[in-house]
Design a binder for this molecule. Structure first.
Ligand code: ADP
Length: 782
């Protein structure tokens, strides 16, 4: 039966046909050699099928130009279609039919014949060449190649299709078979059907195939991109395995050079054994990793740090007390007490090998030589010197480091500095421990404590290193301007050595012996290039600086050296000499910057001179009191701090309890207000030490008796009128001396603090030591 059918089809393929029923279809284009099932629903179409079945089963299938048209007229139907044979027809109960058709050949509609029940058309064959020219041959090959590619990357097309092309040597047929398997758009299909000339058809097909291929490969690319993410891990693994295999093949020598260098460095660093083991383990990990991966960089960096630390490098201590003394003298003028304390400290260190003593803390105003004494200590011990400023550090990680997992993590400043020094026993100065901050990022002082504590600093842990480092051989020195803000836990461990600030005389010596030579050298000058007279230096000290130390003085001297250097460079004469006399200081340094604090010239009621301590040294301060009609209020102005305001109140209460003895009217507070003002807004005024000054000013105002401006005083007052000792005595005395004060009143408990004051100043000032306010009143003449 099948054989019969095949024979019939072969006959029909070539049968001369002149008129056939027409089946318009909507969304397919039937090609010759194509076998397709179709569902036919429209009445006219079903009629056409019936008509065909009655005769020779032949029907022309043409595609509608617009598939949406429900009732097509001849104009809606393409003029070229495929003569097809109905292989099967199945009528469904709803009147529609299912058919299986096979395309036979292309035909053109010559014209529509009269018929009501269905379309009937006159047809003619379209002529297409069948011969094979070399050109067609080439085209066929090109199309075949493209099609093969297409089948290869399109998983939806079974590769067996390629087999059906074998032996097809008629170009037109060749093209039609391929078209049958391509997902081509309807219009393009129709175009391919209408391409009657095989050459034209093959060309169009080539174009369609090409663009299909492009789309497919793009899809492929996108898919691959999605897959690469997963793929990379596999690829890395694969490459690493290969790398390992290669390394094994080559033996140890083949290891990458970097790893070898690191291994050598780790061995040479002579770390404690367990740490070396850890380092070597990390090195193994490094070897396994893909060289360009980010993790490689992290591990390499880490190993670099481990290997770079001076695990067993240290300088040999040469504690020779005489030599140390010589060096300290060589580098610093004055500071007698400081030097003595340091020598004692060194002596003990020499006797006790590993001293778990307190940490030295140098306390004093800026520029008093704290850091540079630290440097001298390092020099006298033959140790390396490191300085880390803690000013403004709020983040614990700055001291203790960030964990390795952070991007760009580093060890903290302690470990960084130790590495830089390349010695595990340097002299390590922590500057400005009083400026250490605390906030949400942790408490840096706790990290500092751990580093400083001799009980635990033999295994200091840095977050980055993860392994302990021994800091026990480091000689720590801390510095601070005042101890007040230092956390108590830290303060307890410190052995305080005070740097009290210099007198004018001392500053002059320091300038002449140290600062000027140092600055001359730094500016490439020699001592014949600059001459500074003593009065000129004193003028700079008084009118251009206002400090306890010599930092600004050093800066001004540098300023002058720059001018001298400029002169020499401009005139190109090495031997030029710049002479600075007292009168021409402003020419080089500009207008005078500070008026000297001078004592009051005349006696005034309610005005009393006090002494203040600031971070920059001492100064005199005036307390003014006036009595005005009112209701016993105490007005305080001049930016007094809280403690100072409280001592003013205490002073007032003391006066009220002692009216009789002081000669003040008992009920003064009922009728009067007292206003106290402390002028000179630039100096921060706080602390209890102005207590007796405020009390004296009030009594002077109330009794209308003036106090001599030659007298200055400092001391805390209690409600019962006792005078308590206060701090900063040396600075205060120096300030009083500068202001030409003749008498200073202070608590008898402050007597011991005068030891630091230079002898010549002690001689010029009369000191009056008191126990209570009554004594003060007597001395003040109230
Ligand atoms: P600090 O650390 O107390 O703020 P520095 O140690 O930085 O002060 O000192 C500032 C400058 O003054 C340095 O150049 C230092 O050498 C110099 N200096 C301070 N005191 C003396 C001194 N007694 N003798 C010589 N130079 C000094």
């Amino acid at each position: 039966m099948a054989q019969n059918m095949a024979k019939k089809i072969e006959r029909d393929r070539n049968k001369v046909v002149e008129a056939v029923p027409l089946l318009p279809v909507r969304d397919v284009v039937i090609f010759p050699y194509m076998v397709v099932p179709l569902l036919v629903g429209r009445l006219k179409s079903v009629n056409a099928l019936e008509e065909a079945m009655l005769h020779d089963r032949l029907i022309l299938i043409c595609t509608q130009k617009d598939p949406k048209v429900e009732e097509p007229v001849p104009e809606d139907i393409s003029g070229i279609g495929t003569l097809s044979e109905i292989l099967q027809l199945l009528k469904l109960p709803d009147g529609t039919a299912k058919i299986l058709v096979e395309g036979l050949r292309r035909m053109r509609v010559k014209g529509y014949l009269p018929s009501d029940r269905f379309f009937r058309v006159g047809v003619e064959d379209v002529a297409g060449g069948v011969g094979r020219t070399p050109e067609l041959e080439a085209l066929m090959r090109a199309v075949q190649e493209q099609f093969e590619k297409y089948v290869n990357i399109n998983p939806r097309i079974p590769p067996e299709i390629l087999g059906t092309l074998i032996g097809v040597d008629e170009p037109g047929r060749f093209a039609d078979i391929i078209v049958g398997h391509l997902p081509v758009k309807l219009q393009d299909r129709q175009k391919l059907l209408e391409a009657v000339n095989p050459k034209e058809r093959l060309e169009t097909l080539f174009g369609v195939l090409k663009s299909e291929l492009e789309i497919l490969s793009l899809e492929d690319k996108i898919q691959k991109k999605v897959l690469t993410k997963i793929g990379k891990v596999q690829k890395d693994y694969y490459l690493n395995e290969q790398l390992k295999a290669i390394q094994e093949e080559l033996g140890e020598k083949g290891e990458s050079n970097d790893v070898e260098v690191l291994r050598k460095q780790i061995k040479e660093a002579k770390m404690p054994q367990d740490i070396e083991e850890k380092a070597l383990k990390e090195l193994e990990r490094l070897k396994q990793l893909f060289p360009l991966s980010p993790e490689t960089a992290v591990i390499r960096n880490y190993l670099d740090w481990l290997a770079g630390l001076p695990w067993s490098k240290e300088t040999e201590d040469k504690i020779d007390i005489d030599k140390a003394e010589k060096i300290l003298e060589e580098d610093h003028y004055g500071l007698k007490k400081v030097k003595e304390r340091i020598l004692e400290y060194l002596a003990v260190r020499k006797l006790v090998d590993r001293m778990k003593g307190p940490i030295l803390c140098f306390v004093g105003p800026p520029g008093t030589g704290k850091t540079s004494v630290g440097k001298s200590i390092a020099r006298s011990l033959g140790r390396k010197f490191i300085r880390v400023s803690l000013g403004g550090i709020r983040d614990e990680a700055e001291i203790r480091g960030h964990r390795r997992t952070y991007v760009g993590a580093l060890p903290g400043r302690i470990i960084q500095s130790i590495r830089k020094a390349q010695s595990k026993n340097p002299v390590f100065v922590f500057d400005e421990i009083d400026k250490l901050g605390v906030d949400f990022r942790g408490d840096p002082s706790s990290a500092l404590l751990e580093a400083l504590d001799p009980e635990q600093n033999n295994s200091f842990s840095d977050n980055y290193l993860e392994v302990p480092f021994d800091l026990s051989k480091v000689m720590f020195i801390t510095t601070a301007n005042t101890l007040f803000p230092v956390p108590a836990a830290l303060r307890d461990r410190l052995e305080v050595i005070e740097f009290p600030g210099y007198t004018d005389e001392e500053k002059l010596h320091i300038a002449q012996r140290f600062l000027i030579p140092k600055e001359l050298e730094a500016h490439g000058l020699n001592k014949d290039n600059l001459e500074m007279s003593k009065p000129a230096l004193l003028r700079i000290i008084h009118e251009y600086t206002k400090e306890a130390g010599v930092r600004n003085l050093e800066r001004e001297i540098a300023n002058i050296c720059r001018k001298a250097a400029k002169n020499i460079a401009r005139k190109d004469e090495r031997s030029l000499k710049l002479r600075i006399a007292e009168s021409n200081v402003p020419k080089y340094l500009g207008p005078v910057r500070f008026e000297r604090s001078k004592k009051e010239q005349k006696k005034d009621i309610g005005v009393v001179t006090g002494l203040a301590w600031t971070e920059a040294g001492g100064d005199i301060l005036l307390a003014e009191a006036v009595v005005i009609p009112g209701k016993g209020q105490l007005l305080l102005t001049g930016q007094m701090g809280e403690v100072m305001q409280e001592s003013a109140k205490a002073a007032l209460s003391y006066i009220r309890s002692r009216t009789g003895m002081l000669g003040v009217k008992k009920d003064f507070y009922k009728k009067y207000d007292i206003h106290i003002h402390v002028p000179m807004g630039a100096i921060p005024k706080d602390g209890p030490s102005a207590g007796i000054t405020l009390a004296t000013a009030m009594v002077s105002a109330l009794t209308k008796k003036p106090v001599s401006p030659d007298i200055a005083m400092t001391g805390e007052i209690t409600l019962r009128g006792r005078v308590l000792p206060v701090g900063g005595i040396k600075e205060k005395v120096l300030a009083a001396h500068r202001a030409e004060i003749k008498t200073i009143i202070m608590s008898s408990e402050n007597k011991k603090d005068l030891e630091d004051v230079p002898k010549n100043i002690m001689k010029q000032i009369k000191f009056r030591f008191v126990k209570n306010m009554d004594d003060v009143m007597k001395i003040a003449g109230l």
